[in-house]
Design a protein around this ligand. Structure first.
Ligand code: SAH
Length: 236
């Protein structure tokens, strides 16, 4: 073998790897762009901050390797331990409905993969998120750290009790279906704040509800029928 091969071979291998990596990344960003147009805009998501956050958040990092190629499909996906990451439209809808602002302090119950928390963290100041399944919580922390989010705080606990030290919250997003609205979460919502929560029996169709605290009183509105995994309790 002559000297040229020794030099050219490693250079071509590096070049080919770079090209593959770029086209792979590009492939996902194209899929995200399509997701924003076909699944979100087409169905009435209009908030520019929400659309931008959905465009920027790399959903494929939040799903198991075997699901990555489906990451931008119009459906929920399994994330292990019997749990699911919600369909992109639902994530965008729940983000838009709380009217997130850059100074907001948001609480999420049900970290799961960490994706909804990441979408929120693209817009708001701080996201506090609670997960009851330890393994999922730890996995989410790993992904969140790897992607460099420094405004997401994860706690492994029963989210029924909220996160008192960081209350009041400007908004609360609950991503597991509860049989009733947990009173501690209502207490931790600031005056004028909004909570979005699926309410209803586990494994049945539930109602996605918008809860608002106005002059110390709660107003609730049914938004749409949904199907979420159940809100579990620590002693289940
Ligand atoms: N927001 C998630 C979707 C999570 S699915 C995402 O973007 O991927 C709902 C999650 O709620 C599950 O991971 C489940 O373990 C969690 N969960 C259920 N009951 C809970 C509770 N009482 N406290 C905290 N998390 C809970």
């Amino acid at each position: 073998m002559n000297k040229g091969v020794f030099i050219l071979l490693p250079i071509s291998i590096i070049l080919i790897s770079v090209i593959l990596l770029v086209s792979y990344t590009d492939h996902f960003s194209r899929q995200r762009e399509q997701m924003v147009h076909r699944q979100l805009r087409a169905r009435g998501i209009t908030d520019s901050r929400t659309l931008e956050a959905m465009r920027n958040t790399e959903r494929h990092h939040f799903v198991p390797g075997s699901q990555q190629r489906f990451a931008y499909d119009d459906r929920p996906l399994p994330i292990g331990h019997g749990q699911t990451i919600s369909q992109p439209y639902i994530v965008a809808y729940m983000t838009e409905i709380i009217e997130p602002k850059s100074h907001y302090n948001v609480l999420e119950i049900g970290t799961g993969s960490g994706y909804q928390a990441a979408v929120l963290a693209e817009i708001v100041d701080k996201v506090y998120t609670i997960e009851i399944i330890e393994a999922l919580g730890k996995q989410a922390i790993e992904v969140i750290d790897k992607l460099g989010y420094d405004n997401i705080y994860v706690k492994i606990a029963d989210g029924y009790y909220g996160w008192e030290e960081h209350a009041p919250f400007d908004a609360i997003v609950v991503t597991a279906a509860a049989e009733h609205i947990p009173p501690p979460l209502v207490d931790q919502l600031r005056e004028g704040g909004k909570m979005i929560i699926p309410v209803g029996s586990p494994f049945r169709v539930q109602q996605l509800m918008l809860v608002e605290k106005k002059n110390g009183r709660l107003s609730t509105k049914n938004l749409m029928p949904v199907r979420f995994v159940p809100f579990r309790r620590a002693d289940d």
